[in-house]
Design a protein around this ligand. Structure first.
Ligand code: ZN
Length: 66
């Protein structure tokens, strides 16, 4: 079962997964995913896959609460 996105640790707002493109030296586009808070704009790390972006966000929250 895929992990669910946890709410923002800073404002408690709703978080969603967004995506973007990086252009490399050969002008090729690479898609990446990241979690972003809809309220305060806090942003998670970039990941190659959606599920990875969710994991990175949730892991970040664990550290933010310590
Ligand atoms: Zn927030």
């Amino acid at each position: 079962m895929p992990e669910k996105l946890k709410p923002c640790p800073f404002c408690g707002g709703k978080v969603k997964i967004d995506s973007g493109f990086n252009i490399d030296f050969n002008n090729r586009a690479h898609k990446f995913y990241y979690a972003i808070c809809l309220s305060c704009g806090a942003r998670g790390s970039d990941a190659d896959r959606k599920t990875e972006a969710i994991e990175l966000w949730n892991r970040r929250i664990k550290f933010a609460k310590q």
